[in-house]
Design a protein around this ligand. Structure first.
Ligand code: FAD
Ligand code: 2HG
Ligand code: ZN
Length: 473
């Protein structure tokens, strides 16, 4: 099939309005959120049923036209951006937005891949349930993208990441067949786990069109606090203290360094840290309770009292109402936006055993500061999961683009060598995409890489699904 015959075929399948060919119409789908990558595409395809997805994939497989599946396009590593050949098509699932149903007694929800994450949270809440996946991009990222990246976010320490929340998937294979796996079972040991293979596969093995997720009862009370902590060892001891005293009630434990919050206050002055004396580290703690407001509040106060007594905390503010609690989260979630306003930066989304976090930070900060005087280390993250966003920004007054192009690889190498030394992961939650493909190949180990290539070849022998992402051929 020639490219023009392929386009006519797609127009027949989807309707002309849903095959975007005009440069202006295509533009929003061709660059990534961080503006690192700019691609081209033969067309942007906007299907709205699983059958349409399957028919398009079949045609692509026959014509050997590769597809970049795309959700909300919020990837941090260029995973949903096409290459610059102009020969690929982008398939964005945003029209597949149906919530197919909520099963209250089974506590599950079935949603299509193009549903915005926040819409799913709201639909669950309207029926008295919690859908716990929660992240800064939730107003624009889609469920399909969340699953394809096995997204994490701020509730992982209590509820797990996208993988733990998902019970079943509907997937279009690289051959254009539909794998019907929308099973809402908590136990299902029927052979190889195909669901888990597609979760986190970044659009390289199949196209997710719908999913079943677990729901949880909505907590009756939530208390949120900001706590000033002098150093990383105290932050970890504070985490352990909360874990011991509050167990499953602990639903959030986020760490923010002084430099991260200074940057947020610089670009969003209304989001100033309410804690006095600019603490070295600020921790956001959230407790969710099913008993009563009073029970949760007493628990928060009592743990904080112990933390003050043992010197782990030097100051704290407990949010007195929902809107103050929300303002704490908004400040936390705006660190990324503040970094984007400041200019390009080098991101490292790493995870480490919590017991190694202190040594990692001390050593890596030391090496980077020694080699790049004045470099700014913007550290924050989901400390309760051992997930650190260890972002490196150039010294004040240095052109970010020039700094990055001269030093990017050396800085990545320093950080990832340190990660390997401390038995961590070079991608905790954002995935690999195109940005970290060389780093994965350098750090994942040859046997694991070979197994991944074999799986890719078995499921997508013509390499039509998101080639150039995650792993090279
Ligand atoms: P896209 O960016 O469109 O795509 C991501 C990958 O999924 C690509 O490989 C794409 O090909 C594939 N894909 C998309 N849809 C499908 C589908 N239906 N079937 C198969 N493959 C598909 N991530 C976290 O984990 N935790 C965070 O806390 C977090 N915070 C963020 C905050 C901000 C401000 C931003 C901009 C991003 C953040 N992210 C975070 C990263 C990003 O939001 C997540 O990775 C999100 O899950 C991506 O969803 P998306 O719909 O935007 O996917
Ligand atoms: C977050 O936790 C996101 O806010 C983004 O994962 C992290 O900007 C980053 O590096
Ligand atoms: Zn994160």
């Amino acid at each position: 099939m020639s490219p023009s015959a392929f386009i006519s075929h797609c127009q027949k399948l989807l309707g002309q309005a849903y095959v975007l060919l005009d440069d202006q119409d295509k533009a929003p789908y061709l660059s990534d959120w961080r503006n690192r990558y700019q691609g081209k595409a033969l067309a942007i395809l906007l299907p709205n049923t699983t059958t349409q997805v399957a028919e398009i994939v079949k045609a692509c497989n026959q014509a050997k036209i590769s597809i970049v599946p795309q959700g909300g396009n919020t990837s941090m590593c260029g995973a949903a951006t096409p290459n610059d050949s102009g020969q690929q098509v982008v398939m964005n699932l945003k029209r597949m937005q149906t919530i197919r149903g909520i099963d209250a007694s089974n506590q599950t929800i079935v949603v299509e891949a193009g549903c915005i994450l926040q819409t799913v949270q709201e639909a669950a809440k309207a029926q008295g349930f919690l859908f716990p996946l929660s992240l800064g991009a939730q107003g624009s990222c889609q469920i399909g993208g969340n699953l394809a990246t096995n997204a994490g976010g701020t509730n992982v320490l209590r509820y797990g990441n996208a993988r733990e929340l998902c019970l079943g998937l509907e997937v279009v294979t690289a051959q254009g067949e539909i794998m019907q796996g929308l099973r809402s079972l908590r136990k299902d040991n029927t052979g190889f786990d195909l669901r888990d293979l597609y979760i986190g596969s970044e659009g390289c093995l199949g196209i997710i069109t719908a999913a079943v997720f677990k729901l949880y009862p909505l907590p009756t009370a939530q208390w949120t606090a900001l706590v000033a902590v002098p150093d990383i060892p105290s932050t970890i001891q504070l985490l352990n203290l909360f874990q011991k005293r509050t167990a499953a009630l602990l639903t959030g434990f986020e760490m923010m360094s002084k430099d991260s919050l200074d940057l947020t206050a610089k670009h969003f002055p209304q989001m100033k840290n309410p804690l006095s004396n600019d603490p070295a580290y600020t921790v956001l703690v959230e407790l969710s309770d099913h008993e009563s407001e009073e029970h949760a509040r007493n628990l928060m106060e009592s743990v904080l009292e112990s933390a003050f007594e043992s010197g782990l905390a030097t100051d704290a503010v407990i949010a007195s109402n929902l809107s103050q609690a929300q303002s704490f989260w908004t400040m936390r979630e705006h660190i990324t936006m503040a970094q984007a306003q400041e200019g390009a930066n080098l991101k490292h989304d790493i995870s480490l055993p919590i017991s190694s976090l202190h040594a990692f930070i001390e050593e890596t900060d030391g090496i980077l500061r020694q080699h790049f005087s004045g470099v700014r280390l913007i550290n924050f993250g989901h400390l309760g999961d051992g997930n650190l966003h260890y972002n490196v920004a150039p010294p004040v007054g240095t052109n970010p683009k020039e700094f990055n192009s001269s030093h990017e690889q050396v800085i990545h190498d320093v950080v990832y060598t340190q990660v390997e030394k401390h038995h961590g992961s070079i991608s905790a939650e954002h995935g690999i995409g195109q940005l970290k493909l060389p780093d994965l190949e350098a750090h994942r180990g040859s046997v694991a890489l070979q197994l991944m290539r074999s799986l890719k070849h078995a499921l997508d022998p013509n390499n039509i699904l998101n080639p150039g992402k995650v792993i090279s051929e």
